[in-house]
Ligand binder design. Structure first.
Ligand code: AMP
Length: 631
């Protein structure tokens, strides 16, 4: 048996001893009394009784040995700025931010919603919340006001932190009006809004008594020293909302102790990074990858982390590789969509810079197709490691572990079960184990390892009924992904088992998009499916039935309605969820019991066979769909 297989086996068979050892990688203010409390399955509490602080582990702990080492390097190709913060400087900035946040009445257990572009203050604010024992909830800057409002109502934050604007491809996206609108829509708006004014939106309006200017407050609190608040290991560190099959996003609640241990451990064993080296993760702080591997993971491990604001191809397609060369990046983490974007550029960009520092490039967030995997591997001449995980888990489920044994990449596969995960590939019908080569549902036998979600924020029942419903008798966690294992034990991911789609690595529930489409007053009914897209992996496609057909009498009317529906999605959910097309029909394909035949719709949209149609109510519906797809 190989070194990694041994390592994995021990993590399952000797679970508590294994994690007790891994827990030594971080600083405990008070040691834990027990490694695992699993008396109330499927809820797992890790490192019970231990006291810890994420900010202390990410910054303070390194001050003695790494005070002058860069901790955070901010590079913006949007504003052509580069700023580096040593651990000591980061400590200073985070203390000031913590003092400002505390002055707004925020303390232990209070929620703070962050709606931020990729600027250093976003990182300061996350770490400052952690320092205060407050719970941050970062909402991705691409979400619309209504999405932001529903997250506000669920998290009920005391404070919202934002900036005047974000930038994308040279275009300013004004955040403040969006935040104002979200607060208008919300039932539980926070009392205060803290604004980082970047000077991009010179027309920004402030609401007296509610809006607080960060620069002014920071000046008042210059030199502040804010003591860390030690949390019991299972107290929440953050909430991050993610999509599922219902229209209402779920607040993934993360603990503190288990998360710190899982991240520290993964930095060593999976990412094979060394303290003092540089990690470059190209995600956004609004996603789980940003939380774990832009902010907390690399800092807990004493590495330098790069915060990049901009596109991968601006000013040119060499920008990321230039960063690798200049900052001697050893570990890089990006997404398959970014890889597919780069693949369309002149290959010379990949040869222009010295990539010798780079050991591995990790990709995650969506399926990585074999040709792109092979291409990137050849183009950079380094192992490209596809690894698979979810917002819920906070760190990888399937990966190779070059920190333990050299990576043998198989194109198109994210590798093996990560240590700590007791993964099972089960037949959907009877929960028996799928044979090699046979498709099954990827499930995790609880306890979920440290770092994984502890519950759905404010709704334990939803945690159980959502994730443990696929095989309720066995109480297994479902990833809602299909997988298949080959004879060598490599797992391949075959797509979701539910109605969730993945657009450029962003997970969106088709139900959420349908609700956004239905906000248009003329839409009677709609079905949204994900269809394959050469760059983004998948794109939403909407089939809609209108109430008043007279609006669709000529091409101009059809085009206008389509544009209006797209605008409704932009407004209610965010442009990332905008359907590629909205196609109008008079009938949607349903079963006799009224269930939408989504799989058939999707198959037709992708030019495949629609499958079993014996239960269809009216076959004319499919004929119509085929016709509109043809035209
Ligand atoms: P999110 O929580 O937004 O990161 O989305 C998680 C989902 O993205 C998973 O359930 C998978 O469907 C998909 N996913 C993430 N990483 C991979 C990967 N390496 N290969 C295939 N699918 C992936």
């Amino acid at each position: 048996m190989g070194a990694y297989a041994d390592f994995h086996r021990r993590s399952i068979e000797d679970r508590e001893a294994f994690w007790a050892e891994e827990a030594q990688r971080i600083h405990w203010h008070r040691p834990f009394d027990s490694v695992l409390d699993f008396r109330r399955p499927p809820f797992a509490k890790w490192f019970v009784g231990g006291e810890i602080n994420l900010c202390f582990n990410a910054i303070d702990r390194h001050l003695a040995a790494r005070g002058d080492q860069p901790a955070l390097v901010y590079i913006s190709s949007e504003t052509d700025t580069q700023r580096s913060y040593s651990y000591r400087e980061l400590h200073r900035e985070v203390n000031v931010m913590a003092a400002v946040i505390a002055a707004q009445g925020v303390g232990r257990g209070d929620r703070v919603l962050l709606y931020m572009p990729m600027i250093p203050e976003a990182v300061f604010a996350m770490l400052a919340c952690a320092r205060l024992g407050a719970i941050h909830s970062v909402v991705f800057g691409g979400f619309a006001a209504a999405s932001c409002a529903s997250r506000i109502d669920d998290a009920k934050p005391k404070l919202l932190v934002t900036a005047d604007a974000g930038l994308r491809g040279g275009r300013a996206i004004h955040y403040k009006p969006l935040v104002d609108e979200a607060l208008r829509l919300a039932q539980h708006p926070p009392q205060k809004v803290l604004i980082v004014d970047r000077g991009i939106d010179t027309t920004m309006q402030r609401i007296p008594g509610r809006d607080v200017d960060y620069a002014t407050e920071a000046e008042k609190h210059a030199g502040a020293q804010v003591p860390v608040v030690w949390l019991e290991a299972s107290e929440p560190s953050y909430i991050l909302y993610t999509s599922g099959t219902t229209g209402k996003p779920k607040g993934v609640q993360r603990d503190t102790g288990g998360y710190a241990v899982a991240l520290a451990s993964s930095m060593q064993h999976l990412y094979a990074g060394k303290p003092g080296e540089t990690m470059f993760t190209t995600s956004d702080v609004g996603w789980v990858v940003g939380h774990s591997y832009i902010v907390y993971g690399p800092l807990i491990h004493g590495m330098t982390t790069i915060l990049y604001e901009g596109l991968p191809i601006r000013p040119d397609a060499g920008i990321w590789w230039k960063i690798v060369q200049e900052h001697k990046v050893t570990v890089m983490f990006s997404s398959p969509t970014a890889a597919r974007v780069l693949k369309k550029q002149d290959p010379a960009w990949l040869k222009k810079y010295d990539l010798s520092s780079l050991r591995h490039l990790f990709l995650a967030g969506e399926p990585l197709d074999e040709p792109t995997h092979r291409w990137l591997h050849d183009a950079i001449g380094k192992p490209v490691i596809d690894h698979y995980w979810q917002t819920e888990t906070g760190w990888p489920i399937l990966s190779l572990a070059p920190g333990i044994e050299p990576a043998t990449v198989k194109y198109g596969s994210p590798g093996f079960p990560v240590y700590g995960y007791d993964l099972k590939l089960l037949r959907e019908a009877d929960a028996s184990e799928a044979a090699a080569g046979e498709k099954g549902v990827l499930t995790i036998a609880p306890p979920l390892p440290p770092g994984c979600m502890s519950t759905v924020w404010g709704d334990d029942g939803r945690f159980v009924s959502t994730y443990f419903r696929t095989f309720p008798k066995l109480q297994l966690y479902s990833t809602f992904d299909w997988g298949v294992r080959d004879a060598d034990g490599y797992t391949f991911i075959l797509g979701r088992t539910d109605d969730v789609i993945n657009v450029a690595g962003h997970r969106i529930g088709t139900r959420e998009i349908e609700e956004a489409v239905q906000a248009h007053p003329n839409i009677a009914e709609v079905a949204v499916v994900g269809v394959a897209d050469a760059v983004k992996g998948q794109m939403p496609l909407a089939f809609a039935v209108v109430k008043d057909a007279s609006t669709l009498q000529d091409t101009a009317g059809i085009e206008r309605t389509e544009r209006e529906v797209m605008a409704a999605v932009d407004r209610n959910l965010g442009a990332i969820a905008r359907p590629r097309r909205v196609l109008f029909v008079t009938l949607l394909p349903k079963t006799r019991s009224g269930k939408l035949l989504r799989r058939s719709l999707q198959a037709l949209a992708e030019g495949r066979d629609p499958g079993d149609l014996t239960t269809i109510e009216d076959p004319a519906a499919l004929e119509q769909i085929s016709n509109v797809l043809r035209t």
